[in-house]
Design a protein around this ligand. Structure first.
Ligand SMILES: [Zn+2]
Length: 252
């Protein structure tokens, strides 16, 4: 499977899946990088998959659809430009590979993930701004409870799952992760490796070692949030730990 990132804005990635002369892109906040790639390689845009309706994810849709009017735009019903509505439980095939949709709110009240399975059952998940390497999205129009359940759900996928977040935030996230867990060797190593871009995609196995938002039960994470002000009585409630970490990261 040929999947790779096109850079957009400062730190967005538009994931591009190329199959023969056809292409699917995920979250094209800008049209230009996609149009340039398609023109250079003489390819056609078959579909756009949207995870949520923030401008840096959907900003390029109108222009791409002008250039490729047959293009399918997948997303929620009220997102601008969507012509194929998908929701939790939707299933379909693209390029003969099965895809299913999860609703993973939290960052926004409406946020989709696209779960793609290859011939050997390996999963790839386009998770937008819900989960980043070593971090997670801020809570905007969703709720902390939604974010908690969405992260838990992603964390219950097989360890071999490849995650395709929409931002290159890895190094900054790892610096926060290292503040939370100064003795974590996996975080130290990942921070060293993060000088070479792109740092994505990442496996869920890796995230379980370095991402504090998936490590809510780890003694060192609990100790760190207590030091940061979470009452001892709440430290065994993973959602309270998540909430404290998220607030802490917002001001880091
Ligand atoms: Zn967003």
């Amino acid at each position: 499977m040929q999947i790779f990132p096109l850079k957009a804005f400062v730190d967005n990635y538009i994931w591009l899946w190329q199959h023969e002369n056809q292409v699917i892109v995920v979250d094209p906040g800008q049209a230009e990088p996609v149009l340039a790639y398609l023109a250079t390689h003489q390819l056609t845009l078959t579909a756009i998959w949207l995870t949520h309706a923030h401008a840096d994810h959907i900003g390029g849709v109108a222009k791409l659809c002008q250039a490729y009017p047959q293009c399918h735009v997948l997303g929620a019903a009220d997102w601008h430009g969507v012509n194929k509505v998908v929701a939790e439980g939707s299933q379909f095939n693209f390029f003969d590979y099965p895809v299913r949709i999860w609703h993973i709110p939290g960052h926004t009240a409406d946020h989709l993930a696209y779960l793609l399975t290859n011939a050997s059952q390996l999963l790839r998940v386009f998770c937008g701004d819900t989960l980043f390497s070593a971090g997670c999205g801020r809570v905007f129009t969703g709720t902390m409870t939604q974010l908690y359940h969405s992260l838990q759900r992603l964390n219950n996928l097989p360890a071999s799952t490849w995650l395709y977040p929409a931002h290159e935030y890895t190094a900054a996230n790892l610096r926060f992760a290292q503040t939370v867990e100064p003795d974590n060797q996996a975080i130290r190593q990942a921070l060293h490796d993060a000088s070479s871009l792109p740092t994505l995609p990442v496996t869920l196995a890796h995230e379980r070692l370095v991402n504090p938002f998936l490590r809510l039960q780890q003694p060192q994470v609990k100790a760190a949030v207590m030091q940061h002000g979470l009452p001892r009585a709440e430290v065994n409630q993973p959602m309270a730990v998540l909430s404290c970490l998220r607030e802490w990261k917002n001001h880091f």
